[in-house]
Design a protein around this ligand. Sequence first.
Ligand code: F6R
Length: 359
Amino acid sequence: QKDGYRFFMEKEIYEQSRVMSETMMGRVLDKGIEFEELSNDFFNGINAIKICACGTSYHSALAAAYLFERIAKIRCDVEIASEFRYKEPLLTQDTLFITISQSGETADTLEALKMAKGAGLKSLSICNVDNSSIVRESDAAILTRAGIEKGVASTKAFATQTMVLWMLALYVGQQKNSVPTELLAREINAMLHTPKALIVTDTLHTKLHRLSKRYLHGHGFFFIGRDIFYPLALEGALKLKEISYLHAEGYPAGEMKHGPIALADSELFTIALMPKSMHYEKIKSNVEELSARDATICAISSVPFDLADDFIKTQYDSHPMLEFFEMMVVTQLLALEISVRLGNDVDMPRNLAKSVTVE
Ligand code: F6R
């Protein structure tokens, strides 16, 4: 039941505002974050976090690493599950092992979890499917409450995973008394505004439909961002390549000059994530360098940018995470509209399966 939408993916993009509220319900409170899934002593003895995941879930993990270190002041590193499994990692028991998975059945993530458990690590999963293999295998689980995700390209699962991880970073900070009251209030306030930033307006969707026609050709896309917007750039590029079959890469904006800028010409499409509340001047100068080499620039920002060939104006810029989620919606819809114009099957892209239960 697509409820009048053309594709499940489209429906799921539109659902994000609602499922985000559900994911926060009973967990985001005025006084702070609560997880009834976690005992009060869950973080006792934990001094570091390691996250393992695949694909889109790996991208939410990358964003989380910035949040854990910045908000909770706890060391956090992230690995692709299929790499982690065979690298003979050194694990210490003061590390909490977190897995992130929409399906809870991804073979590489599940095996990584079993390995970490074998090494005696405490485990926590962030998952969208209750009673899935990964949930059953973990010491504790936090469910993302995104509802069933049918589109092969993950959208609302990514949004809710990132939200749970942001909440968890604040929760760990509270447990460790490392979050100043002002920061706590600021984060809670931003969380409560998130569902608003996820609402898809007709104006936005129509605009993306119109401008998508410019982006059907050319020799590739670079999605660029800094800080947490770098994982978002990776995710934007993954969405586009999955459903449009166009070549797209996500890149840290500051790295372009170390090689990839050699590709810049008018047929290189750059999707620039330019948040006002996070390193704006830095990303601006990275984009200016690309523009000077004739790259076609599609800027996503609340701040008008003169050099943009296309400009998508965002509204919620009082907190980086609000900008993150609003820009996430823009990149999802842009991928969708490009894919539709190319005549692809948005919900069942070629060569992909919803759940990857083989190695
Ligand atoms: C991308 C996508 C995949 C999954 C990956 C992990 O849109 O859906 O990259 O994110 O296969 O799947 P889960 O999250 O179920 O472990």
